[in-house]
Write a protein that binds this ligand. Structure first.
Ligand code: HEC
Length: 116
């Protein structure tokens, strides 16, 4: 009796979990769709700026200004593949598509070229 109850509770949770994941995917998909275009890099970089200052200043978290497009791209790909052990950056890189990594790297690298 209790076994059955427990089972039915587990089963009734599943659609909820599934739809939460599905909603997340739809939101991510919708976001990258809306961000596609020349502003995509800038919009993505705004999310990096909450931790990495984009003016090249230090905050304790290393600056990503001046790293260059290739270094940024390979760092993000490594974080996404978990080759670089940083949980924060792994989570962030996981949410980025190849295209988004390319555009944020291009944008951030261009910020670096404006620095003296
Ligand atoms: C929640 C905070 C946070 C956000 C948001 C964040 N990062 Fe990071 N990032 C970190 C931390 C922490 C490290 C590792 C700290 C260190 O190495 O000093 C790191 C490291 C990096 C590195 C490696 C730097 C190096 O010198 O090797 C790169 C590249 C990087 N982040 C790029 C990005 C980009 C691009 C974004 C936006 C898409 C971003 N980060 C968003 C916290 C964050």
């Amino acid at each position: 009796m209790t076994g059955k109850l427990r089972n039915s509770r587990v089963f009734s949770m599943r659609p909820v979990v599934g739809s939460v994941i599905a909603t997340g995917l739809v939101l991510l998909g919708g976001q990258s769709g809306a961000a596609a275009g020349p502003d995509q890099g800038a919009q993505l970089a705004a999310t990096c700026a909450s931790c990495h200052r984009l003016d090249g200043g230090g905050t304790g978290i290393s600056s990503i200004i001046g790293l260059g497009e290739e270094r940024l791209t390979s760092a993000l790909l490594a974080y996404r593949a978990s080759e670089s052990p940083n949980h924060i950056m792994h989570a962030i890189a996981l949410s980025l598509s190849d295209e988004e990594i390319a555009s944020v790297a291009r944008y951030v690298a261009a910020q670096g070229s404006n620095q003296p």
